[in-house]
Design a protein. Structure first.
Ligand code: XMP
Length: 510
């Protein structure tokens, strides 16, 4: 191990990977291991600090997860969070009880900023609490360094032994200055130097892939989205020509997108197969207007195309996937190796004959994936690509899909995105696009009457895409986009901006 290392011991809480990600944000290398990791192994890892995560259990339950109390004798700084705080209190001779007033959510908290972990931070602020139990009596040698109205030990420390405990969750955004508290623990208590970066992650990921794959053949379904593109680039660096990427171009991509993906990956060393299947998809979609039916047809056809190409390649040893950590949470998979259904289309082609999955992004969050993509030298237009639905423009052309309508939409959408980028709003608005409605209306252009389509523009701000606000795009930007689209794209004579949030609307129109 060439870097300083922080060990996160996992007690089953929901924020475990988030803690790891916060440590990485501070430039410190870190890994999450199960609470049951033997002490000898922990010693071999030689951590500069250990963080105990939260967890759903009560420490006084018979089968609740525990650690060997000798861990406290190692002299390595320890930070216990929530369950980890209560466990520390119990193992060191304090007592934990069901709290008379449970605390959930944002809680006003007072801090003693003589403590190293709260140094240079305000004396009070909001913390995110989520607990039924609390520390009723601290172990000998500990003092309370934070309190709330209902919790006399919101944080405790034994500075001499370098043991710190928070009842709340510093890792979530709701805790004001939570990341600074973690940083203080790392830098002021553990002596971290911040000697790790995303470049190091890339190196380690490449080495791990080489170890896993050996001389094997790897297959990747490349969609051109951020995740699969970053996986492709990592595998390219790791195993080069052992990788085959199949890129099914269903003809429903945005303007130039297919060519952009090809430009990055074609020409070696990976075997890049682009299947131009646009006509096939359009034929299947002819006359179909119902959104779910469109999705289903596209999903099924994607699998057929992939299947045909897969057969040409024959047996592969590994299937690579761009699963990222939020997908792992969504699929409720925990640590289990679940194959994520292709997030863009129906499901994974189950005929593909392979023995193992390669998922090098499994522990990363979206913005870390982007940082890694940048580190690997992917161009901004791939790294910053916004989420794009698998069925593509098919669900942004309302009603029947024709090549003519797709072409109108591609051009209009490109202009809108161009204007958003020129206005410097492309990183602020999380998703923005045009929709070609099925409505025609009367207009006047020059001296003539027109009867053309209405185009809708949509822009949303969101963190999780489960809820979203319509983006307050400045009028001047909308005006510029509107006049350019009308002037440069024929077939559209009216443009509206969608001012519904989600809920009640969804982000896409279909
Ligand atoms: P909605 O429209 O449900 O969209 O508010 C939420 C997010 O999901 C994307 N989306 C899809 N992604 N296949 C996908 O891979 C789909 O069928 C699909 N439908 C919506 C949408 O673009 C937004 O980011």
């Amino acid at each position: 191990m060439t870097h300083q290392f922080v060990l996160v011991l996992d007690f089953g809480g929901q924020y475990n990977q988030l803690i790891a990600r916060r440590v990485r944000e501070c430039g410190v290398y870190c890994e999450v291991h199960p609470y049951s990791t033997p002490l000898e192994k922990i010693k071999e890892m030689n951590p500069i600090g250990i963080i105990f995560t939260g967890g759903p259990n009560s420490v006084y339950d018979e089968n609740s997860p525990k650690v060997d109390p000798a861990i406290f004798e190692m002299g390595v700084p320890i930070l216990g969070l929530c369950y980890g705080c209560q466990l520390t209190a119990q193992l060191l001779g304090g007592s934990v009880k069901s709290a008379p007033n449970k605390e959930f959510g944002k809680t006003e908290t007072r801090f003693n900023n003589q403590s190293k972990v709260f140094g240079n931070l305000p004396e009070s602020g909001i913390t995110w609490m989520s607990h039924n139990d609390y520390v009723d009596a601290m172990p000998t040698g500990f003092t309370s360094v934070a309190q709330t109205d209902d919790c006399p030990v919101a944080a405790m420390e034994n500075a001499e032994r370098k043991i710190y405990c928070f009842q709340y969750h510093p890792e979530v955004n709701h805790t004001e200055n939570g990341i600074k508290m973690i940083r203080n623990f790392l830098f002021e208590v553990c002596g971290a130097k911040g000697d790790w970066s995303m470049g190091d992650y890339a190196k380690t990921a490449v080495e791990n892939i080489r170890k896993q794959v050996g001389n094997g053949k790897v297959l990747l379904a490349l969609s051109g989205g951020v995740d699969s593109s970053v996986v492709a680039k990592l595998l390219e660096k790791a195993v080069g020509s052992q990788l085959t990427c199949i890129f099914v171009d269903h003809g429903l991509m945005r303007k130039n997108e297919g060519d952009e993906v090809e430009a990055v990956f074609a020409g070696g060393p990976v075997n890049f197969v682009r299947v131009n299947a646009g006509e096939r998809f359009l034929a299947k979609l002819a006359g179909v207007t119902e959104p779910e039916k469109k999705r289903k047809i596209i999903g099924e056809e994607f699998i057929r195309v992939f299947e045909e190409e897969g057969k040409k390649i024959g047996k592969v040893d590994f299937l690579a996937q761009g699963t990222i950590y939020p997908d792992v949470i969504e699929s409720g998979a925990g640590d289990a190796a679940v194959i994520k259904s292709h997030h863009n289309v129906g499901g994974l082609p189950d005929y593909v004959d392979f023995k193992e999955i390669v998922e090098p992004l499994r522990l990363l969050f979206k913005d870390e994936v982007r940082a890694l993509g940048k580190e690997l030298g992917l161009p901004d237009y791939l790294v910053w690509r916004q989420p794009f639905p698998g069925p593509g423009l098919a669900i942004r052309v309302i009603g029947e899909i024709t090549e003519e309508k797709l072409s109108i939409l591609r051009d209009a959408d490109w202009i809108f995105r161009d204007e958003i980028a020129k206005a410097g709003l492309d990183r602020d608005i999380n998703q923005y696009f045009a929709v070609l409605t099925n409505m025609r209306s009367v207009g006047v252009m020059g001296d003539g009457r027109t009867y053309d389509y209405t185009l809708a523009l949509r822009g949303v701000t969101t963190t999780d895409f489960m809820t979203a606000n319509w983006a307050r795009i400045p009028y001047e930007v909308l005006e510029k986009a509107s006049s350019r689209i009308i002037n440069e794209v024929s077939g559209i004579n009216r443009i509206v901006y969608d001012i519904t949030s989600k809920p009640p609307a969804t982000i896409e129109w279909e």
